[in-house]
Design a protein around this ligand. Structure first.
Ligand code: BMP
Length: 205
């Protein structure tokens, strides 16, 4: 099934995460694997999840360029089809991470209230830089769908958008605002029937 949902597997327990991944396999575009799963189970858990679909690793890389490149290299060697890097750390970081990631996604703006403290004032510049450095997409918030539209317009990049469901964003509004993929976690994996939940969301398209 053609799906625009990236399931955030923010689950610490490997067996549970793999059960959910198996259940929804074929109904998601990819799985997003991050700190909760990797810190508790080791980097090899990335490969485990790839049995059920592509994996985008989200440890929001935000280090100096050389270290960032090496982090991207390690997760790619362990099966990551894509890597997420923070944009606020600068162009040189994105450029180095680009060298090792198969697909690179840059966080331009975040979905939580604290985004307004600092990051939101930089988002347009980050999005343009991401495009110039050859990123495959940006991350922009479904909690503020007008920002999806604005950041897509300035960058021309694909938008991966978190914030639907538990954080208050609407699937439909995010899609209508131009989100290419929706990153969704709790409202799917904590529901009694994750696959059914995904089908319901997709039927709103
Ligand atoms: P949930 O649907 O449970 O709120 O999960 C959202 C996911 O998207 C989490 O994995 C979180 O790390 C990620 N995310 C986010 O919520 N906002 C952002 O701005 C960037 C993210 O990567």
């Amino acid at each position: 099934m053609e799906s625009n949902i990236i399931l955030a597997l923010d689950i610490e327990e490997k067996e549970k995460a793999l059960r959910v991944a198996e259940d929804v396999s074929g109904y998601v575009k990819a799985f997003k694997v991050g700190y909760p799963l990797i810190l508790n189970n080791g980097v090899s858990v990335i490969r485990d999840v790839t049995r059920f679909g592509e994996v985008i690793v989200d440890i929001k890389i935000a280090d100096i360029p050389e270290v960032s490149r090496n982090i991207a290299k390690v997760v790619t060697a362990n099966g990551a089809a894509g890597v997420i890097v923070h944009g606020f750390v600068g162009r040189d970081v994105v450029r180095e991470a680009r060298k090792e990631a198969k697909n690179l996604y840059v966080v331009a703006e975040m979905s939580h209230p604290g985004n307004a403290d600092y990051l939101s004032g930089l988002s347009e510049r980050i999005a343009v830089m991401a495009k110039e450095e050859g990123a495959d997409g940006i991350v922009a918030p479904a909690t503020h769908p007008e920002r999806i539209k604005a950041l897509k317009r300035v960058s021309g990049l694909k938008v991966l958008s978190p914030g639907v469901g538990t954080q208050g964003g609407s699937y439909r509004e995010a899609v209508e605002s131009g989100a290419d993929y929706l990153i969704i976690g709790r409202s799917i994996f904590m529901s009694p029937d994750p696959k059914q939940k995904i089908k319901e969301l997709l039927s709103q398209r």
